[in-house]
Design a protein around this ligand. Structure first.
Ligand code: GAL
Length: 336
């Protein structure tokens, strides 16, 4: 091939990549993310559930207020993880039949229980000073229907603040929870998912907002240090078995970047026809204007025991193939 032809086909290939990327809706970490009604998505501290071909995103709907009684748990739906349709508020914080006033409800996580055909939601339930340290459990017959409050509990008799969710490839469901005196639990749910049955692993490290993924024969757990709304360097560890032994915790990104201003909430694996992407889903909290808090969703780089969160940049996900691609082509060295 002549130099000119090679140049033309390279430009053509670049153009078609850019064209393909433009056809898919980009995920833009840190920017305002609009739903189908043109509103900034209100689903902070996210949990994700896939039902059929649809993804459901549950989160804290913080509205335009800092009053906890004005908050709700929202639900959004998508088939590509980029375009989200608001499906409604599925749980109200202040409804008298629920919790009563002044309670905090955070980080909702919904699991679908096949034997009972119920959608089971766990959430962090607390008082305004975060001393109650319990989980709430609510159930619904439909994924985006009204969730009825069932009970609150201290899992395994322990304090529980930030929670995370994980469903393993064999369908077992786990609640991850932060227990101030003891550490960080990965705990198996009962068969009907209505209670927390036993610890699979208890880390002595004090980490919160725990997230887990099983990828290519290894488990990866990610957590944040305890610094309230302020971002800190999130860390990860790996193991071949959920019960361990686990590697030492390492930074997921350069520590001075403080996880690019975010805090992990869930890791989500997309197994496509060609490849598998693991997505870091995190929150960029704005404590004084919580409704304006943003999301940082990025494909993770994973090589064996190493996992890293790249610097935020717009990207697209091909849900069919599993390919994640950055929108802006990285600058290339000039040809010699
Ligand atoms: C963070 C936690 C948030 C929220 C906040 C309140 O540590 O991850 O979900 O509870 O504290 O200060």
């Amino acid at each position: 091939m002549s130099l000119k032809n090679a140049f033309c086909s390279a430009v053509g290939a670049l153009f078609s990549i850019a064209h393909l990327a433009a056809a898919q809706v980009a995920i833009r970490p840190g920017e305002i993310w609009l739903d189908n009604q043109g509103q900034h998505i209100q689903a902070h501290g996210a949990g994700i559930l896939k039902a059929g071909e649809t993804f459901y995103w549950f989160g804290e709907n913080r509205g335009r207020s800092l009053d906890p009684n004005q908050g709700h748990i929202s639900c959004y739906a998508s088939t590509n993880l980029a375009d989200w349709t608001f499906r409604g508020n599925v749980l109200e914080l202040s409804a008298p039949t629920n919790f009563g006033p002044q309670l905090v409800l955070e980080r909702p996580k919904v699991f679908y229980n096949t034997p009972t055909k119920k959608y089971v939601m766990y959430f962090h339930m607390d008082d305004a000073r975060y001393q109650m340290a319990r989980v709430g459990v609510a159930v619904s017959d439909t994924v985006d229907g009204h969730y009825q409050f069932l009970k609150s509990l201290r899992p395994l008799g322990c304090q529980s603040r930030d929670i995370g969710q994980f469903v393993d490839d064999d369908g077992s469901a786990y609640l991850i929870f932060e227990d101030r005196p003891k550490g960080f639990h990965i705990a198996k749910l009962s068969e009907d998912y209505l209670t927390v049955e036993k610890d699979t692993c208890l880390f002595p490290e004090h980490l919160e907002s725990g997230a887990l993924v099983h990828y290519d024969g290894r488990y990866y757990v990610v957590g944040s240090h305890l610094s309230g709304w302020a971002a800190n360097p999130n860390v990860y560890a790996t193991a071949k078995s959920l019960a361990g032994p686990w590697s030492k915790f390492k930074d997921i990104a350069p520590p001075d970047k403080k996880t690019y201003g975010s805090q992990v909430t869930i890791l989500w694996k997309i197994t496509g026809e060609k490849t598998t992407a693991v997505i870091f889903m995190g929150d960029i909290w704005k404590p004084n204007t919580q409704w304006d808090s943003r999301y940082l969703w990025m494909p993770l780089e994973i090589h064996g025991e190493q996992m890293s969160l790249p610097a935020p940049a717009p990207w697209t996900l091909d849900i069919q193939t599993g390919a994640a691609r950055f929108l802006e082509l990285q600058p290339r060295p000039a040809p010699k």
